[in-house]
Design a protein around this ligand. Structure first.
Ligand code: HGY
Ligand code: MN
Ligand code: MN
Ligand code: MN
Length: 415
């Protein structure tokens, strides 16, 4: 138990049990999770969350993007609420904590406040954002981007997953399955937003510290590159006459590696998804499609490198035609000092060791920054591992993070 002088009791056992029960939805070998957005597993995870939240008296609601809210009513419901939470969807070969810990920590923190018989002036809304990962439907952060007005909700209706399912149809299926949950308009302005999330990096563990007081998030840009050639017979077509989409893709990626070479090793460049059609060993490919994930903390560098992607790919083409589409652009974000100070103070009050640090991963919080004072609480990730089945934070660490959040929520909700 994390002792709370003010009467709030975060229950380590209850919180851990819920995390492990949720991890069974989409469990994969090695203690991992594969729970993509808008799948039946996602539906089941939302129902499991509701089964814990509704008996507490939290009021559920869902908006047009499927963002799910659970409201703890304050003594003055007219005041802008405190928003807290994260996402429930995972990477295809993800872990048991990325995203979902933030949602369950918010539930645990609000439950600790209510069980202590404490009221708060402002209401507190727990949120589970739709499709943060972008693993099934790219890009990520669709729910928080639509909520914050960054993109209109219909932007992604036609986005398809690898089975040809459309985002708009899958979203409609989810909303139909949750017809029993009251609807709410898309978007509102919170008083503040606090997102608990695992660090997904090695710093806290390496320095023996407990809580990350996140100062900001680096910028991210996603692109999809399509290279169109011509199918040909692998045994008869002369190499000199081929329009081989795979060969030109290889040239394009080599050229992008040169564009993104960075002696300081700050820039991040990832080709995580490659698709080849018709994907037959004895047919020259006429279509190659690959993803680009580019990240840097400096907006100018991210702009310069990202804006050069299309020209770099074009210049690498020998016989094929390339199209480059940008699907995601999140600017570097800086978190509000007031929220950072509240997280640091709560950590120290609990005898924990905090560290101010940036986030290499993007988060829904990035899109709340223009809307309201925003901050994030990190807990350590064992070995810095994430987006991997071995992702792990201990029962004590998840409970400590929830205890810090409970104090931060109370402080903000009474301000
Ligand atoms: O990709 C990211 O940075 C986040 O973890 N989804
Ligand atoms: Mn995440
Ligand atoms: Mn993630
Ligand atoms: Mn995130």
């Amino acid at each position: 138990m994390t002792q709370e002088p003010v009467g709030m009791q975060v229950s380590e056992q209850r919180h851990w049990d819920r995390l492990m029960q949720m991890a069974r939805l989409g469990a994969i070998p090695g203690d991992g999770v594969n729970r993509a957005a808008l799948t039946d597993l996602d539906h089941q995870a939302r129902r499991l969350l509701l089964s814990w939240a509704l008996p507490l008296g939290l009021a559920p609601s869902v908006d047009a993007l499927g963002n799910l809210f659970l409201r703890h009513e304050g003594t003055d419901p007219s005041l802008p609420a405190i928003l807290t939470g994260s996402h429930m969807d995972s990477q295809p070969k993800g872990g048991r904590f990325d995203g979902i810990w933030g949602v369950l920590a918010a539930l645990e923190a609000v439950q600790a406040i209510r069980e202590a018989g404490l009221t708060t002036k402002r209401s507190i809304e727990i949120v589970a954002w739709t499709n943060e990962e972008g693993g099934r439907f790219a890009p990520g952060c669709m729910g928080s981007m639509a909520f914050s007005g960054f993109r209109p909700p219909e932007t992604w209706d036609e986005v398809q997953d690898r089975d040809g399912m459309r985002f708009g149809e899958e979203l409609a299926r989810l909303l139909a399955a949750e017809a029993d949950i009251p609807r709410r308009p898309l978007g509102f302005t919170p008083f503040a937003y606090v997102e608990p999330h695992i660090e997904q990096g090695p710093l806290l563990e390496a320095e023996g510290l407990d809580i990350g007081v996140v100062t900001g998030i680096q910028g991210s840009r996603w692109f999809v590159v399509e290279i169109a050639g011509k199918t040909d017979h692998a045994g008869t077509a002369p190499l000199s006459l081929r329009q081989d989409a795979v060969q030109d893709m290889v040239r394009a990626i080599a050229a992008l590696n040169a564009l993104t070479a960075d002696p300081e090793d700050v820039l991040r460049f990832t080709v995580g998804r490659v698709e080849v059609f018709p994907n037959s060993s004895n047919t020259v490919a006429d279509l190659a499609r690959f993803s680009i994930d580019l990240r840097h903390p400096d907006a100018a560098v991210l702009t310069a490198r990202g804006d050069a992607v299309a020209a770099t790919v074009e210049a690498a083409m020998t016989k094929c035609r390339a199209t480059v589409t940008e699907t995601f652009h999140a600017l570097p974000a800086r978190f509000d000092p007031m929220v950072q100070d509240a997280i640091e103070a709560a950590s120290r009050e609990l005898g924990l060791k905090p560290k101010r640090m940036p986030s290499g991963a993007f988060h829904d919080a990035q899109f709340l920054v223009p809307l309201c004072p925003t901050g994030m609480i990190f807990i350590p990730s064992r070995g810095g591992i994430s987006h991997h089945p071995a992702e792990y934070s201990s029962p004590a660490q998840v409970a400590q993070g929830a205890a810090v959040l409970a104090r931060v929520l109370r402080r903000l909700a009474d301000s």
